[in-house]
Design a protein around this ligand. Sequence first.
Ligand code: IMP
Length: 427
Amino acid sequence: MSNIIIMGSQWGDEGKGKVVDLLGGEVGLVVRFQGGNNAGHTVVVGGEQFILHLMPSGILHPRARCCIGNGVVLDPEVFCREADTLEAKGVAAGPGRIVISKKTHVIMPYHKVIDAAREEYKSKGEKIGTTGRGIGPCYEDKMARVGIRAGDFTNPELLKAKIEAALVEKNALFTGLYGRDPLSAEDVFAWIEPYAARLAPYLGDVSSEMQRAMENEENILFEGAQGTHLDIDHGTYPYVTSSNCVAGNASAGAGIKPGAFDRIIAIVKAYTTRVGAGPFPTELSDAAGEHLQSVGSEFGATTGRKRRCGWLDICVLRESARLNGPTEIALTKLDVLTGVGEIKICTAYEYNGERIDYPPQEQNGMAYVTPVYETMPGWTEDITQCTSWVSLPGEAKDYVKRIERLTGVPVSIVSVGPDRAQTLVRK
Ligand code: IMP
């Protein structure tokens, strides 16, 4: 039996969905533990593309059951839409298959209004470039202890009272600061009522669900969203998301003891991307950056925004390794580097006249570092059909080995294309 955490090492969009899907056939339970539908996991199975925002990617394996943990923020409308889409494609997504923790916080319409209004209100340099899905405001309510939880779906009186109480403060903000119309508690309640009725059968105790799975010797896969450098504490604050994306949160965000994990797989894209604002030391604005963006189809799966692209940054990965303790790396999108010419790897930063190996801790320190690069030869051969280590060109192998050496973490999986089959697993 082995319990595996899949987490992002960079700024999200590393290809976690594909790796979760790849391992999903071996697990009984797939659990999401943080984030919400700000995520966008693209999975291609048999040539058919699925983009999942809230559903665990493991849903595409018929035998895996899925859980939405307490650390997730759940938009009921998005959940129902994804369940309908999956069902229409023949993928079971009913209450027998998915359990939503009663402790999961619910994204309400006013959270989305605040997300949008706040971004609009900020001056240009201050904008975070959120996904606009109400993620941050929902987590704020959780911390302020006024949030609505999925368990409230079965208690209409409590639901109504919480909505009324929340709107006193939110409406003062909408009308007093943001110049928006107030929301009516009746309208919000009328909106949530049908979703509450539909989602009630999905509610359960995720922690006990996992306990049972372990007793039955089933593997559990913990599906992280976003990435370590978008983590609310450890990321490039304030240009981060509002949850802990590091592996440690799999425990608190799902409800399982810290000693329960056997493997932690760090997902690393073979180069770096970032969506939204915030420092990005190795960002490229030249032909190589254009190559990565276009060949890698680097558009945000949630918002469709062009992703910013740059060289691989080992300082970022070193910190991820220190924070998450990965047992291995799954390296994704190696094929995108084909034909880019010489490849650069950032191995250190110059910062305030010093050479450092890790991101600086000061707010926005990352905006003031100068990357120190080493250069490696690239390759031109098409590697999208390489499914064994020996079939990779020597330069590609050297690049992978260099990453292992610089991070101190073995690369166990290499992905060379979007399809499940375009993957090589190293012994
Ligand atoms: P929020 O999570 O919508 O509040 O957005 C905060 C920041 O995190 C923005 O820069 C987003 O672009 C970024 N972000 C949130 N989710 C993802 C993701 O799944 N992949 C990449 N970036 C993300």
